[in-house]
Design a protein around this ligand. Structure first.
Ligand SMILES: [Zn+2]
Length: 62
């Protein structure tokens, strides 16, 4: 009988992402599994792609 090892069991499922929350400027944390980010302050959840895309744009762009 095989034993399944959960690679996330001992490590934090969160990785701090270098992005700010679009809502409140809090720090976003990335779910390692679901490719989502959650804000540590307002608990908003965002798709990682969305955040990458939004913050990869030039800040001067209106
Ligand atoms: Zn927030």
């Amino acid at each position: 009988m095989a034993e399944f090892e959960n690679p996330y069991a001992e490590e934090s499922p969160f990785a701090r992402a270098h992005f700010d929350c679009p809502n409140c400027d809090g720090k976003l944390w990335e779910y390692a599994i679901q490719r989502q980010m959650v804000c540590e302050d307002c608990r908003s959840v965002f798709a990682s792609e969305e955040i990458f895309d939004a913050q990869a744009r030039a800040p001067t762009e209106a």
